[in-house]
Write a protein that binds this ligand. Structure first.
Ligand code: KG4
Ligand code: ZN
Length: 336
């Protein structure tokens, strides 16, 4: 196979993004247009506003990408797009744009699962080494995945209820922080102390996660303290919450690596930007001689560069779609 230039589109939530990635590892150019400033006025992503904004932004993003990359559409090898999971109205805009470009250029269309994208964000840092365990922690997912080779995904554990990022955002909202609250909770946690009485979330020997209990515990604690006229120390509450969550995630991840006899760990998704999680996993991996990789901070959250990286490997596996491709709100990547 000669050089592969993937033009990738990601629009699953509130970022309109396009990227050109060479051979699954080299970034030629990326444009990310975030809608956070619009949605934060509502305390979270409003799906209808998100899809309307994608319609307004998508051609602007494409023009900017082609100008920035100095690459012509005819020089692109394939068109890649996130087809799911995500917000259906948002996904549809990206899928429609990808199908239109594929139709006009005659280039192959490669459908990419959003989580495969998050995982392959790590391939933009260094070549993935197999077998590996991928810890996927985002606003919609909390999963442990075993990969024996490229584009082979076996789920070994996941959340029974809320995703970890969702829980961070809810805790943030409860103490009056703006959406998306995850990064703010992370920041406050670093200046606070672990002083509050919160449970360790599903601290057992399985690879499953559950965050609804600790979420309710935070809501109840804040409610009770307010009723007593006490003020909450936000830094200490964030430090306690983060400590509980990070401790359990680290423990389960290290357990999985040991059980599967794997020496490579990659972390993916929005919450992989979390400093507390990065520190805890770095220390545990050093102790256990595990090779650890994180995406750069800007590619932890949604972007099309990661979709372009995944596309190279999906393309090599023969994954293609035709113009009947449609978006799906929920779907799993597991094929092993
Ligand atoms: O991957 P992503 O952009 O979207 C999904 O696919 O869900 O992840 C967004 C999530 C949000 O819940 C956000 O609060 C969380 O990632 N997040 C963080 C941090 N940065 C982003 N959570 C905790 N600590 C952070 N530093
Ligand atoms: Zn995501």
């Amino acid at each position: 196979m000669g050089e592969v230039y993937a033009l990738a589109i990601e629009s699953s939530c509130d970022e309109t993004s396009m990227s050109i990635i060479k051979n699954g590892c080299e970034e030629i150019a990326t444009v990310v247009l975030s809608q956070i400033d619009i949605h934060k006025n509502y305390g979270g992503v409003v799906p209808e506003i998100a899809s309307r904004s994608h319609i307004e932004n998508i051609t602007i993003v494409l023009d900017e990408l082609l100008t920035k990359s100095k690459i012509k559409l005819e020089d692109i090898t394939l068109i890649a797009v996130t087809y799911g999971p995500g917000l259906i109205g948002s996904l549809l805009i990206g899928v429609q744009a990808a199908k239109t470009i594929a139709l006009v250029t005659g280039k192959p269309l490669v459908p990419i699962h959003h989580i495969a994208g998050h995982i392959y964000a790590n391939n933009l840092e260094e070549r993935l080494q197999f077998p590996l365990i991928a810890l996927v922690v985002s606003g919609g997912h909390t999963e442990l995945i075993y990969m024996k080779e490229d584009y082979s995904f076996k789920k070994i554990g996941g959340t029974l209820d809320d995703a970890v990022g969702e829980c961070y955002d809810k805790v943030a909202k409860t103490i009056g922080l703006q959406y998306p609250g995850g990064p703010l909770v992370d920041k406050l946690a670093h200046t606070g102390k672990d002083t509050y009485d919160l449970p360790y979330p599903l601290d057992d020997k399985t690879y499953n996660f559950s965050f609804s209990g600790i979420k309710s515990a935070v809501i109840n604690l804040v409610h009770n303290e307010n009723q007593r006229g006490h003020t909450i120390n936000k830094e200490d509450l964030c430090a306690t919450f983060q400590n509980r969550v990070v401790t359990v995630i680290t423990k389960k991840t290290m357990h999985a690596l040991k059980e599967y006899g794997v020496k490579n760990l990659i972390v993916a998704g929005g919450v992989s930007a979390n400093q507390g999680l990065r520190e805890s996993l770095t220390e545990a991996c050093k102790e256990n001689n595990v090779h650890l990789s994180f995406p750069r901070l800007s590619y932890c959250t949604d972007n099309a560069a990661m979709i372009g990286a995944a596309a190279y490997f999906a393309y090599q596996k023969g994954i293609r779609a035709d113009l009947t491709l449609t978006a799906v709100a929920t779907d799993t990547i597991y094929n092993d």
